[in-house]
Design a protein around this ligand. Structure first.
Ligand code: ADP
Ligand code: 5GP
Length: 210
């Protein structure tokens, strides 16, 4: 049972390149959420900073953390391991800080099952189209065409998980998408009445699959 003073947990998942990292950073900055900085065995991108974007570790270090039960959840995504540190998350929540996660569907399922006892709101982010997703991945991962190709290939599998999230939002215009997420966080946190256009999402998923 969560206490009124406890923070809440918000999870953002999406197919790679849809924009969840961008949205997580914006929510953290503008709404004062603590980002759960994950550990990963992936190599840093040129603009990424150790301890800020991820804790970059090797496979041996990651397995050691698994054995010490340091993770709230962890998963293999593409060829690398990713995991969320349990102690940091709980410390923040108990201090009344809201925590936001940028994790995949496997991690989200684990957090739901773990049932930490804090309020949890989950979002699945969709791109406006496959072409736009390709453009975003290409711009971000310019140096490695192979990565773009692999992540596009994974897209059809990734979008199947949208049904297991509280809300699905389309990240076309960043500001609009951000406002929508913030609105849903508010209604869920304060148990307010809200409408949610599920049919629009179902139609969009059909469009993305074609
Ligand atoms: P993810 O974390 O889902 O893999 P990112 O947040 O890294 O995706 O976004 C992928 C790329 O798309 C980044 O270069 C980011 O700046 C860009 N991007 C994110 N949201 C939008 C948007 N609404 N419109 C245009 N570009 C975006
Ligand atoms: P990227 O390599 O693009 O930073 O992340 C690849 C995928 O791993 C994304 O779907 C991202 O959400 C996911 N991811 C990042 N950190 C974690 C984590 O701690 N746990 C899990 N399960 N997935 C993560």
């Amino acid at each position: 049972m969560s206490l009124a003073k406890d923070g809440i947990m918000v999870v953002l998942s999406s197919p790679s390149g849809a924009g969840k990292t961008t949205l997580v950073k914006k929510i953290s900055l503008e709404k004062n959420f603590k980002i759960s900085v994950s550990h990963t065995t992936r190599k840093p991108r040129t603009n990424e900073i150790d301890g800020k974007d991820y804790f970059f570790v090797n496979e041996e270090q990651f397995k050691d953390l698994i054995n010490k039960k340091e993770f709230l959840e962890y998963a293999q995504v593409f060829e690398n391991y990713y995991g969320s540190s349990k102690i940091r998350v709980i410390e923040n929540l108990k201090k009344g800080k809201n925590v936001i996660f940028d994790i995949d569907w496997q991690g989200t399922e684990q957090i739901k099952k773990y049932n930490l006892g804090f309020k949890l709101i989950t979002f699945f982010i969709l791109p406006p189209s496959k072409d736009e997703l390709f453009n975003r991945l290409r711009n971000r991962d310019m140096k490695d065409k192979n990565i773009v190709h692999k992540r596009m290939k994974q897209f059809n599998e990734d979008i199947n998980h949208w049904k297991n999230y509280d809300f699905v939002v389309i990240n076309d215009n960043l500001e609009t998408c951000y406002n929508e997420i913030v609105k849903f966080i508010d209604v869920k946190t304060n148990n307010l009445e809200h409408t949610y256009n599920k049919k629009k999402i179902e139609d969009h998923i059909i469009k993305l699959r074609n």
